[in-house]
Write a protein of this length. Structure first.
Length: 164
């Protein structure tokens, strides 16, 4: 159960305008540039894969960035049966650990148990909200980057009058 609350993975079939290797290369270059602007300095790029790991507490100076709550992740392109898929997995271990450590507060604070239970619930509600927002924003980021690469590599269509 805890693994489901710490990580998120997804695989989608994609349609592209160019060869999968060229598409993957262009996609990874765009994502890598975005990761660098987001202060994610630990990145490894392979032929059709990028994995990354964020620095601890980078969210303190980085504002509202899609990678703030993500501890590490990977994005990979796979081809199977004449179809290309994008597979990505992200982990929220840093935020989960902080939330877990904060659960000490309601256990050690004074007061009645209803108040302690309320504080405990608030901590985990904040984590779950952070997780859900992080998953939604990352999936949206992947979709936007796929569209961006497809648009930048689109074939230029010629009008019928130009064709003859």
């Amino acid at each position: 159960m805890a693994i489901g609350l710490i990580s998120h993975s997804r695989m989608d079939k994609i349609v592209m305008n160019i060869h999968p290797d060229d598409f993957a290369k262009e996609f990874i270059e765009i994502v890598d540039a975005h990761l660098e602007r987001s202060y994610v300095f630990h990145r490894n790029i392979f032929k059709r894969k990028i994995d990354f790991k964020g620095s601890v507490f980078r969210f303190a100076w980085n504002g509202w960035n899609v990678f703030n709550t993500i501890s590490n992740g990977e994005i990979e392109f796979e081809s199977k049966d004449d179809c290309t898929f994008i597979n990505h997995k992200i982990y929220f271990t840093e935020v989960f650990t902080i939330s877990f450590l904060f659960t000490i507060i309601p256990l050690t604070m004074g007061g009645e148990w209803p108040l302690r239970l309320f504080v405990f619930s608030l901590i985990w509600l904040a984590y779950i909200a952070s997780y859900l927002i992080g998953v939604y924003r990352f999936n949206s980021f992947i979709s936007e980057m796929l569209i961006k690469v497809n648009l930048s590599s689109a074939y230029e269509l010629k009008e019928e009058s130009e064709l003859g």
